[in-house]
Design a protein around this ligand. Structure first.
Ligand code: PNS
Length: 165
């Protein structure tokens, strides 16, 4: 049984992430999407909110589960008995950082391979920070995230606006 871990901050999940998760679910027996901490980002959504949104958008994928972990990806991959870490690559600009992470993870846990899936052309430009910016400024996010989570994102941003006065 081939188990793949699909890590990320998912703040929030976008069509770009979903595309990578969907394609992974066809390549591997089991896919564990894991919400993790990126030391260089401050998330807008709580870990629980990010998990809830991910579970909703992956509900139709029977071999996909959603989890979270606050420690090292290599450690999580080992404890889950996973063989593969799947990452999406959007553009050349992602490559250096992803390459560095893949090599670090290999050093920490040599039994897992990092596999890069190239993002489909239509999702090339998409990122969670772009979705947040558009939502905060009152733009239409329907082209970026599934309909079933749009309300949650807009509500979160609304609350943020009110809190900021
Ligand atoms: O969606 P992101 O923010 O690009 O995901 C990056 C993430 C969360 C996968 C990465 O920061 C990570 O693996 N964090 C867990 C902590 C860890 O293992 N750090 C060392 C990785 S080389």
């Amino acid at each position: 049984m081939k188990i793949a871990v699909c890590p990320g901050s998912f703040d929030p999940v976008t069509y770009g992430h979903l595309d990578i998760i969907r394609r992974s679910s066809r390549l591997f027996d089991r896919v564990v999407v894991v919400v993790m901490t990126n030391a260089s980002k401050t998330p807008l959504f709580t870990r629980e909110e990010r998990i809830r949104l991910l579970r909703r958008v992956t509900a139709d994928l029977s071999n996909v589960e959603v989890d979270s972990y606050g420690g090292l990806l290599a450690e999580y991959t080992r404890t889950r008995g996973a063989d593969v870490i799947v990452k999406g690559l959007r553009a050349l600009s992602d490559f250096e950082y992803e390459f560095q992470m893949a090599l670090t993870n290999r050093k920490l846990y040599p039994d897992a391979e990092t596999v890069f899936l190239t993002t489909t052309a239509e999702h090339m430009y998409l990122s969670s920070s772009l979705v947040k910016q558009v939502a905060v400024l009152g733009g239409d996010i329907s082209g970026f995230v599934p309909a079933c989570i749009q309300e949650d994102i807009l509500r979160k941003v609304e609350r943020m606006d009110k809190n900021d006065g």
